[in-house]
Design a protein around this ligand. Structure first.
Ligand code: FAD
Length: 512
């Protein structure tokens, strides 16, 4: 039996027969099996958009070669006496708890929000009535911030292949489509994510893990460079190791950690708004036509260097998705984006943000508490403007020209829009840069200026970073790890999950 990998160029609506026929023709073989290793859409030439597919082929008619083994995590299991508390059931918290429990460490996962079915009801009630739930919203609840998302699984970090593989194979076992293993831009969709999160929870419970929902970590009992107990309304939970993975939004949890001696610094971050267009307009701009059989919806990723201003880029694009009210606290108003697996909604949205350092924003260095206070106050100012959760919005053209002409527009945002001079609601340096970026994007994507821009997008990267020892521990602590997006070392589902796994592997390594 021999093995070869080859690249194929196939029409967007190729069939299984076509792929087999091309393999047979290229390799001059008839008896073979194949597996897709990589699949990406090549849309550089609008008249000839096609898939580029790399396949691994096994055949008795081939000589030599072997498929490469997938990188895997080696988690040594043994019954152990050590206990761990993990805080937060987002990708960072869940995957760290999962790895610890797989190693035999008695792990309790605590989550301030509700389990996912209850969370879905809370979100749906919020979107129909505007009644915000502190335990069932887009930021807090089972699965973390990424549960109601597009579920994009891209990560640009090369150093996390094993962790990424662990996450992807866990997702596939829990019901994710197998294509996430080979697509260049894989995504799960929020509809798949609900079941995946539930199935992963079942697997964690089956191997002996314990989960407590609607349980807020209020404080930590610390002394002598060690955390001893997690303080919750239901009582104290003692453990030998603590992994805290509270995500981007849990500002009061960060304040509590800082109060307890965890060291943080303010770091560069990004803020801006979210843009929205009819998906057909984006399809037309990217493919030269409104529909392309075999491809769900066109994407874009745009950057503008800033030329004297701040760099501006689009982020977390949700083709065929919708813009959602992503507030974590009742008195804040922010937006984010999500989509279903089919990406078949009428609109396309993406964050459009400027990257900024605290020194550029304040003209001086600031501490982490000031950074958190500043961001929280900005989120509250958007809430005050709307006196609720309508998204402040204007036409992209209006943002560029700084004048309000917008009246009623169609949008996917469920809680209504309120016309607003967004450029006045953001710091001037951010508005100037975004206006320049939008002008640039309108040159790159035909019709871009015809879209709308709305809300505050404040969650693309954390404004603070925990200081760590080289082995990942929180500086000054023997047994405390702060991980995931809010730790300032990760951003997105995969990198946050990988960060959590690394902390767990570190603990496992120590006690093995
Ligand atoms: C609407 C939306 C769409 C997104 N789309 C994508 C996407 O398509 N692809 C992508 O890669 N990323 C996406 N992101 C970002 C992604 O969700 C995050 O980067 C990722 O979830 C971070 O993982 P995490 O585990 O670090 O934190 P989180 O997922 O934020 O999880 C933190 C958890 O900790 C809990 N918690 C916080 N404080 C406490 C406490 N004191 N006690 C107990 N529990 C606590 C919270 O309730 C939460 O469940 C999206 C985010 C949002 C909001």
């Amino acid at each position: 039996m021999g093995y070869r990998e080859i690249s194929l160029k196939l029409p967007t609506d190729y069939s299984g027969e076509q792929i087999r026929a091309q393999i047979a023709k290229e390799l001059h073989i008839r008896d073979f099996t194949f597996q897709i290793e990589n699949k990406s859409l090549d849309a550089r030439k609008k008249t000839a958009v096609h898939w580029l597919i790399r396949v691994g082929v096994l055949s008795p008619e081939l000589k030599g070669g072997e498929p490469e083994d997938l990188p895997s995590l080696d988690i040594p299991f043994r019954q152990r006496k050590e206990r761990a508390v993990v805080v937060g059931s987002g990708p960072a918290g869940f995957f760290s708890a999962f790895a610890l429990q797989k190693a035999g460490i008695n792990t309790t996962l605590i989550e301030r929000g509700s389990e996912v079915d209850k969370r879905a009801i809370g979100i749906s009630e919020f979107e129909s009535s505007g009644a915000f739930s502190p335990v069932s919203n887009y930021a807090f609840g089972e699965g973390g911030a990424g549960t109601f998302s597009d579920g994009k699984l891209t990560s640009r970090t090369k150093s996390i292949t094993r962790e990424k593989q662990f996450i992807l194979s866990s997702y596939v076992r829990a019901g994710a489509p197998e294509e996430i293993g080979y697509m260049a831009h894989p995504h799960l969709g929020s509809d798949n994510l609900l079941n995946i999160v539930k199935n992963l929870r079942e697997e964690f419970l089956e191997i002996g893990g314990c989960i407590r929902f609607e349980t807020l970590l209020e404080d930590l009992v610390v002394s002598g460079g060690r955390a001893h107990e997690a303080v919750t309304a239901a009582g104290l939970i003692g453990a030998d190791y603590f992994i805290i993975a509270p995500g981007h939004s849990a500002y009061e949890t960060y304040r509590m950690l800082i109060r307890n001696g965890a060291l943080f610094r303010a770091k560069p971050f990004a803020i801006g708004c979210r843009v929205e267009h009819p998906q057909a307009l984006i399809n037309m701009a990217q493919w030269g036509r409104e529909k392309l059989p075999g491809v769900r919806a066109a994407e874009y990723r745009l950057t503008s260097p800033g030329d004297g201003n701040l760099p501006v880029y689009t982020f977390c694009m949700c083709p065929g998705g919708c813009i959602v009210p992503a507030a974590a606290y009742e008195n804040t108003n922010i937006v984010n984006g999500m989509s279903r697996y089919k990406r078949d909604g009428k609109f396309a949205n993406a964050a459009c943000v400027a990257g900024i350092s605290p020194a550029q924003l304040f003209g001086r260095e600031i501490g982490p508490l000031e950074a958190l206070d500043w961001l929280g106050a900005l989120e509250e100012s958007f809430y005050r403007y709307s006196a609720g959760y309508q998204a402040p919005f204007c036409a992209i053209q209006d943002f560029i020209l700084r004048k309000m002409t917008s009246a009623v527009v169609e949008s996917s945002y469920p809680l209504g829009l309120k016309p607003a001079p967004l450029w006045e609601m953001l710091p001037a340096v951010v508005s100037d840069s975004i206006a320049e970026g939008l002008r640039d994007f309108s040159r790159k994507v035909r019709g871009f200026e015809a879209g709308v821009i709305m809300g505050l997008e404040s969650k693309t990267s954390a404004p603070v970073q925990a200081l760590r020892e080289p082995d990942g521990r929180c500086q000054g602590f023997d047994n405390l790890y702060i991980v995931g997006e809010g730790s300032g070392y990760a951003g997105g589902i995969i990198s946050s999950g990988a960060d959590g796994i690394r902390a767990a592997m570190n603990i496992i390594g120590k006690i093995s």
